[in-house]
Design a binder for this molecule. Structure first.
Ligand code: NI
Length: 388
């Protein structure tokens, strides 16, 4: 099966689909048009599908012989970003833009569906194609899984197009690739009063400031220097007037790490610091901790299959190295259900002026790289299903 050739044959289709999705971006949970177009394209090639999680689409391609099941995943949502690119396929939805590359993910997976459908008689096993909503809110995967998308799945493969990776290369190394992303809200209760008489109140601004500083010691003093983690507070809200002692302060922040055991410890550490620091100032502190996504960790064997697939398609020089990323991906939730890998397919091309980071208003991709992504989706599925 010449997967590379088939992907090349559908290159124009892939790019046209990407441009169409790019022109009509939709934010999380509102991927109505995108979902409809995905369904129409699947209908054209007679690939059956189910609709779950509102706008999610799960297509199934059965091979000629019975075997294992592999899931291929793409996300479909866009971002609240005003596009500043001057291109013919510029976003037509004001204030919304495919600034993360999910338009490319969706189009590559549609092409992979075409390829796999064409060669299905020679495939041993079943392929599920997952078109997921609401990745940018880290909610889509959770709902898709709750509605049963991972039942009976033996392995999973996902792609993120990546602006830090040169077009023509792919990173699929094993181990932690993206961080967990959780969030917390701290409430400090003090006692209001007159700014000239601080001793009669309990100043929530001072207490919350002490908490912000004490929290800095988590990474530096409680996490091994050989590990990494991030604890950031991005919001600090308190007070109403220059001469009024604030009776309350609200802090909001996020944590990131690559090790599930560190992730488990962080809520307890933050809670301990918040309650004890607040108490030492006669105030009360409490924490609401919300789990977002776990770290995205590429499983060893799956990473090997993916590496070989890349080499088979485009040679050893196509295998890129990429440092792990402190951003989060809800794809990690599929990896909790089945072994698998996320591939970072390069889209950077400085010669074409394509060098802006994800979520930037001038984010774009080297569209020539999309062929590689479609080929890799298909090749991985075939190779995974062949493994004993
Ligand atoms: Ni993304």
């Amino acid at each position: 099966m010449n997967i590379k050739g088939l992907a090349e044959k559908h290159k124009e289709y892939t790019i046209n689909m990407r441009r169409e999705f790019h022109m009509y971006p939709e934010v999380s949970w509102e991927e109505v048009r995108t979902s409809k177009r995905v369904q129409e394209e699947l209908n054209k090639i007679n690939v059956p599908f189910k609709i779950i999680a509102k706008t999610g689409v799960v297509a199934t391609i059965k091979g000629g012989q019975k075997g294992k099941t592999v899931a291929l995943r793409a996300d479909m949502d866009a971002l609240q970003v005003q596009e500043c690119n001057d291109v013919p396929y510029k976003s037509k939805n004001d204030g919304v833009m495919h600034a993360c590359g999910h338009d490319g993910h969706t189009s590559m997976l549609l092409t992979a569906a075409k390829i796999l459908n064409e060669v299905k008689d020679n495939i041993k096993g079943t392929i599920k194609l997952i078109f997921q909503p609401a990745e940018e809110l880290a909610q889509g995967a959770k709902v898709m899984i709750k509605e049963g998308v991972m039942e009976g799945v033996d392995g999973v493969f996902g792609i993120h197009l990546w602006s830090d990776v040169e077009a023509g290369t792919v990173s699929v190394e094993e181990g932690p690739r993206m961080a967990s992303a959780d969030l917390f809200k701290i409430t400090v209760k003090g006692l209001g009063g007159h700014g000239s008489l601080p001793h009669q109140g309990i100043d929530a601004v001072v207490v919350a400031s002490a908490i912000v500083m004490d929290i800095q010691s988590i990474v530096s003093r409680e996490i091994s220097p050989l590990e990494s983690a991030v604890v950031s507070i991005g919001k600090f809200q308190a007070g109403t007037r220059f001469n009024v002692i604030a009776n309350e302060a609200i802090l909001e922040g996020t944590t990131r790490c690559f090790d599930p055991s560190i992730r488990e410890k962080l809520p307890g550490i933050i809670e301990r610091i918040v309650t004890n620091t607040a108490r030492s100032y006669r105030a009360e502190g409490s924490v609401e901790y919300t789990l977002g996504t776990p770290p995205t960790i590429n499983e060893k064997k799956s990473s090997k299959i993916a590496t070989k697939a890349v080499e088979k398609l485009y040679g050893k020089e196509a295998v890129a190295k990429l440092q792990k990323i402190t951003g989060g991906e809800d794809y990690a939730m599929y990896l909790e259900k089945a072994p698998g890998v996320i591939a970072f397919v390069g889209i950077r091309n400085e010669e074409k002026g394509i060098c802006h980071p994800h979520h930037h208003e001038k984010f774009d991709m080297d569209e020539d790289a999309l062929v590689m992504g479609s080929a890799l989706y298909a090749q991985y599925a075939i190779d995974f299903l062949k493994e004993e």
